[in-house]
Design a protein around this ligand. Structure first.
Ligand code: RB5
Length: 166
């Protein structure tokens, strides 16, 4: 499980954040990229790199989710129109814990308790200022590591591998 510092730099290394969106989230992704870079994060942009009204969110979200699961990026930001499709798709990748987040409490508590590693946001739901606050909060939050949360996450991971629910 990730145990990242709240800073944009983790030790000598910049934290690497993956970002992905379809057309519904394209404008918001574009607005957020500069802010993430200014805040000191290294960004991996999984696309779409242009506004294509016919594109499909899994084509961008799944590569992002796989990169998060593989540890190639520290955390992910997935955006579509509502954030719902991005969240559904990202959670199909084992090791990904993605959630649609549109309020501040869950942006940090989802990491502290549930070790959330992908935040999903709706580009047609929230504006750039709120989205930035949500993402900053998510990126600055750390998993508590508390035994009860590790136990619950271990059960989720067991289910993900096709095992029984205790
Ligand atoms: C695309 O129009 C839209 O359906 C998509 O961006 C997203 O909102 C799906 O959940």
């Amino acid at each position: 499980m990730a145990d990242l510092t709240g800073d944009a730099s983790s030790g000598a290394r910049k934290r690497k954040i993956g970002v992905a969106s379809d057309h519904g989230g394209f404008g918001l992704k574009d607005a957020l990229l500069g802010r993430l870079r200014e805040a000191g994060y290294e960004i991996v942009d999984f696309g779409n790199e242009r506004l294509d009204p016919a594109d499909d969110y899994p084509h961008f979200v799944i590569p992002l989710a796989r990169a998060v699961a593989a540890g190639e990026v520290d955390r992910g930001v997935a955006i579509c129109g509502s954030g719902v499709g991005a969240c559904v798709a990202a959670n199909k990748v084992p090791g990904v814990r993605a959630c649609l987040i549109h309020e501040i409490f869950s942006a940090h508590q989802g990491v502290e308790d549930d070790d959330l590693n992908v935040i999903c946001v709706g580009g047609r739901v929230v504006g750039a200022s709120l989205a930035w606050e949500l993402i900053e909060t998510f990126l600055n939050a750390r998993f508590s590591g508390a035994e009860r949360h590790r136990r619950r996450l271990a059960e989720v991971a067991r289910l993900e591998r096709g095992g029984p629910c205790a």
